[in-house]
Design a protein around this ligand. Structure first.
Ligand code: NAD
Length: 236
């Protein structure tokens, strides 16, 4: 799995390890992986930048064929279409879409060889599901994740592969906290985020990790090609 160092990825790595899975947890943040590795004996941590094709190929070659592939890494660009540079488009699609596609390209054939498995891709409610202010290219990339997910599910269903996406709403993670602080008034940004939640509650990373565990497990064996919304009713 990718992006296991913080937020949703970290909570998911721990939740899967506690369920008894051996989790190959990766991230670009070596320090975060060091502390994660102390938290459960089932965690095997390696530094991996999923946008680096060479690193990903080497990692895929060394890793055992997985039963589950969880592509969690993603970057949130803040702004309208008029505030996105070529570099912003490239960075967003390189991480949120192309890197995810590359992980699937490398691991899927080995999962097929193994008799199948579950691929879980991190999308968002901010995508083809909901228009969200200041999330234009982020939402375009997460819409692409939903398309990628459905296509992989359709192409490989007969080979025992399931492929689903998770679409969270607002999850209180370190990166969300940093985005709220970036505007200069954390408390006002927090209040605005909370105000858009019908439940008046933000989700925690653990709320999303439960869905990751479900999609990784045989409990979800007939679920494929879907985007599972976990958003406290934001998209209602
Ligand atoms: P986050 O965005 O802060 O990222 C968590 C980890 O990703 C960090 O440990 C970071 O080091 C790692 N990372 C960054 N670039 C990487 C790279 N190139 N290769 C490998 N790892 C890299 O955490 P988050 O908020 O939990 O988001 C995780 C995923 O969930 C993202 O795809 C995000 O778009 C999605 N998501 C988040 C929310 C939310 O409200 N937080 C809502 C919907 C979807």
């Amino acid at each position: 799995m990718s992006a296991a160092g913080a937020g949703i990825g970290r909570a998911s790595a721990l939740a899967m390890a506690r369920e008894g899975a051996t989790v190959h947890a990766t991230d670009i943040d070596a320090g975060a992986l060091d502390t994660l590795a102390q938290m459960h004996e089932n965690l095997r941590c390696s530094v991996l930048d999923v946008t680096d094709a060479g690193q990903v190929a080497a990692f895929a070659e060394a890793a055992p064929a997985p039963d589950v592939l969880f592509n969690c890494a993603g970057f949130v660009h803040d702004g309208t279409i008029l505030e996105a540079s070529d570099a912003d488009w490239e960075r967003t699609f390189a991480l949120n879409v192309r890197a995810m596609g590359r992980m699937i390209e490398l691991f899927l054939p080995r999962m097929v060889e193994n008799g199948g498995g579950s691929i879980i891709n991190m999308a968002s409610v901010a995508s083809s599901l909901k228009g969200v202010t200041r999330r234009c290219i982020y939402s375009a990339s997460k819409g692409a994740v939903l398309g990628l997910t459905k296509s992989v599910a359709a192409d490989f269903i007969r080979e025992g592969i399931r492929c689903n996406a998770i679409c969270p709403g607002t999850v209180l993670t370190p990166s969300l906290k940093a985005r709220m602080a970036a505007g200069g008034d954390y408390d006002a940004a927090y209040a605005a985020m909370l105000d858009r939640q019908p439940t008046r509650e933000m989700a925690s990373p653990e709320d999303i990790a439960g869905m990751v565990v479900y999609l990784a497990s045989d409990e979800s064996r007939v679920a494929t090609g879907q985007g599972f919304v976990v958003d406290g009713g934001w998209s209602l």
